[in-house]
Design a protein around this ligand. Structure first.
Ligand code: ADP
Ligand code: MG
Length: 264
């Protein structure tokens, strides 16, 4: 490299750094070498660098969205055994994975017994939404209620509500395990009302709708909450007993049939 070329490279690297183009900075020399060998013209070289920068930028943004969503575990639809859950409409789940319901501000309710895959499916839907560029936040209902009550005590409620209102998808997992206090229910209802027709909400619950009053307290509040959630919503019902229980039974059967075989 001539002295002039070395100076250009140093200056270029400096400018790319100032312009905050880290991938172009790290790749420019390598890609230049490849383009020189392949006789690629200048504009195509620049195009290749821009594409690399954009791909890397999108990857980092997706990673940030995933982290901000705070999923408790990483679950995908590939890992979901639809045969173990025949009551679930696989076609509907596949359609929901495409995320158009979020653009239409529609909600999803997942209802079913404990251990039947509600959180698994919800997490898979949420992760897919992050991949589609959507802002998602996963909460266990009790966790959200605690945060709302604490924020209210600290006179910081409007900041938290403002953060929630910027989401595209709010996930409320496990409504129904613990009854909320009167104030807790009101704060939760307020979040659901604000979300109504502005963003999508996914709620998972082990309780049939008629029992929601047990958690939310008043009939009036339960009615109003259900009214907002179920207007323009998809309902997925998981049936049967816990997947873990089914899995444990399968393993036990396998083990005991293995024993019988060996004793033959
Ligand atoms: P729920 O939220 O309905 O209580 P989870 O989604 O937490 O149930 O499921 C409990 C465990 O069983 C999780 O580890 C989940 O990945 C697994 N699981 C549940 N249903 C299925 C399924 N149909 N296929 C594969 N794994 C499943
Ligand atoms: Mg769950």
């Amino acid at each position: 490299m001539t002295k002039k070329e070395t100076k250009s490279v140093v200056l270029l690297q400096h400018h790319l750094k100032s312009l905050k183009l880290p991938t172009m900075l790290s790749e420019c020399e390598k890609v230049a070498g490849r383009c020189a060998t392949d006789n690629v013209d200048h504009l195509s070289y620049l195009l290749q660098l821009c594409e690399l920068e954009l791909i890397e930028r999108e990857r980092r943004a997706a990673e940030r969205r995933l982290k901000a969503a705070k999923f408790p575990t990483h679950k995908t639809l590939d890992e979901f055994d639809f045969k173990a859950q025949p009551s679930i409409n696989k076609v509907l789940v596949a359609e929901l994975m495409r995320g158009e319901y979020i653009d239409k501000r529609e909600n999803i309710l997942l209802v079913g017994n404990s251990g039947t895959g509600k959180t698994h499916l919800t997490t898979a839907l949420g992760i897919a939404a992050c991949g589609q560029g959507k802002k998602v936040r996963f909460f266990q209902v009790t966790e959200l209620i605690t945060q709302l009550m604490e924020a209210r005590e600290d006179r910081d409620l409007s900041r938290l509500k403002n953060q929630l209102s910027k989401l595209d998808l709010l996930i409320l997992d496990e409504l129904g395990y613990v009854p909320a206090s009167k104030l807790g229910s009101e704060l939760l209802f307020d979040v659901i009302s604000t979300a109504y027709e502005r963003l999508s909400v996914i709620v998972t619950t082990n309780l049939p709708f008629e029992n929601w009053t047990e958690v939310l307290g008043s009939e009036r509040l339960t009615g109003a909450t259900l009214d907002r959630l179920t207007h323009r919503c998809h309902i997925l019902e998981t049936a049967g007993e816990s997947y873990r229980l089914q899995d444990a039974k399968r393993r036990r059967t396998k083990r005991s049939s293995g024993k019988t075989d060996s004793s033959k």
